[in-house]
Design a binder for this molecule. Structure first.
Ligand SMILES: C[S@@+](CC[C@H](N)C(=O)[O-])C[C@H]1O[C@@H](n2cnc3c(N)ncnc32)[C@H](O)[C@@H]1O
Length: 306
């Protein structure tokens, strides 16, 4: 539903995903259930959909449909869950990465710099590590690494040193504490443009987002049947690069590994070399779609492994 999250590239992703209407599909990122609902609408009576979300707010909106099952867990464990559910190989997997509008539109989750509230940012409310823990516990060098790596902040070292100085006197608990700690580095003009990548960096580290994506990409070759698709919508270049590398070469670093005879054995074909992006009309309707890039991997051959 639009109040929770407006799904991005909805028609394009679901059309690409479904190759067999009575097959089994996986939505790794249920969110407000927009994509899940559209998948169910296209499935036949024997079709099945297993959706994941680690956020209890999303899980509370599970769909009432006998063909649907929600797993309230991190999708980095997809392989174990699908094997446990005896669902392997599935016909296709969809991932619509990042956070939902709901997560960023409420003040108490700590994702949005336009509110004050606890500096939380945990997608899984039961996780024991928040953004406040991160800024209070990481060394100055680790903080600078997070800001540089995930926020591409040019002043990452200075930010880290301001935080280290501030927390000697007082713990950083709230968004306003955090903003005060880095006040000396914050531009007076357009501070939102400065906060956005900074908050993104904290969020990616708190939720170990890159590690979860890496894990599910590597596992996907064991999960999708031949001809089935892995459809991934990403919202920043680090994610998109991983997906592109994996679909092109079967490796996260984008290097093609060859065997003794010079052959390489990539598990996926990249359906197109360029990503699919939202239309101007979609971006005008939903500005949060503007950075979306969708890539489609087609499984070449499925081999059962132990
Ligand atoms: C962009 S939203 C998905 C929106 C959804 N496609 C819709 O139509 O409403 C991303 C969702 O994925 C969840 N999520 C992100 N990373 C996750 C992970 N590693 N494991 C489980 N859920 C995750 C977030 O909690 C969020 O609800």
């Amino acid at each position: 539903m639009i109040d929770y999250h407006e799904p991005v590239l909805l028609r394009e992703s679901v059309e690409a995903l479904i190759t067999e209407p009575n097959g089994t599909y996986v939505d790794l990122t249920f969110g407000g259930g927009g994509h899940s609902r559209a998948i169910l609408d296209r499935l036949g009576p024997k079709g099945k959909l297993i959706s994941f979300d680690q956020d209890a707010d999303a899980a509370a909106r599970a769909l009432n449909d006998p063909r649907f099952q929600l797993v309230q867990h991190n999708f980095r464990h997809t392989r174990s869950f699908l094997e446990y559910l005896k669902a392997v190989p599935v016909d296709g997997i969809l991932a619509d990465l990042g956070i939902s509008s709901h997560q960023i539109d409420v003040d108490h989750r700590g994702f949005a710099h336009r509110f004050d509230g606890p500096l939380d940012m945990r997608m899984d409310q039961d996780a024991d590590f928040s953004a406040a823990d991160l800024v209070n516990q990481y060394s100055e060098a680790e903080l600078a690494r997070v800001f540089k790596q995930y926020g591409e902040m040019s002043n990452a070292k200075r930010l880290a040193s301001e935080i280290a100085r501030y927390r000697k006197a007082k713990n950083i608990e709230s968004i306003s504490d955090f903003k005060t700690a880095i006040e000396a580095c914050t531009p007076k003009l357009h501070p939102a443009k400065f906060y956005s990548p900074l908050f993104q960096a904290l969020r990616i580290e708190v939720n170990r987002e890159m590690e979860a994506l890496e894990q599910v990409l590597i596992d996907s070759e064991h999960l999708i049947r031949e001809g089935g698709k892995f459809v991934v919508i990403s919202y920043h270049s680090l994610e998109d690069r991983l997906v592109k590398n994996y679909f092109n070469t079967g490796n996260l670093d984008g290097k093609r590994h060859t065997n003794l005879y010079g052959w390489s054995d990539e598990p996926f074909d990249n359906e197109r070399s360029k990503p699919i992006v939202p239309s101007e009309e979609e971006i005008a309707r939903n500005s949060r779609a503007r950075s979306a890039k969708m890539r489609i991997g087609i499984r070449k051959a499925w081999k059962k492994t132990n």
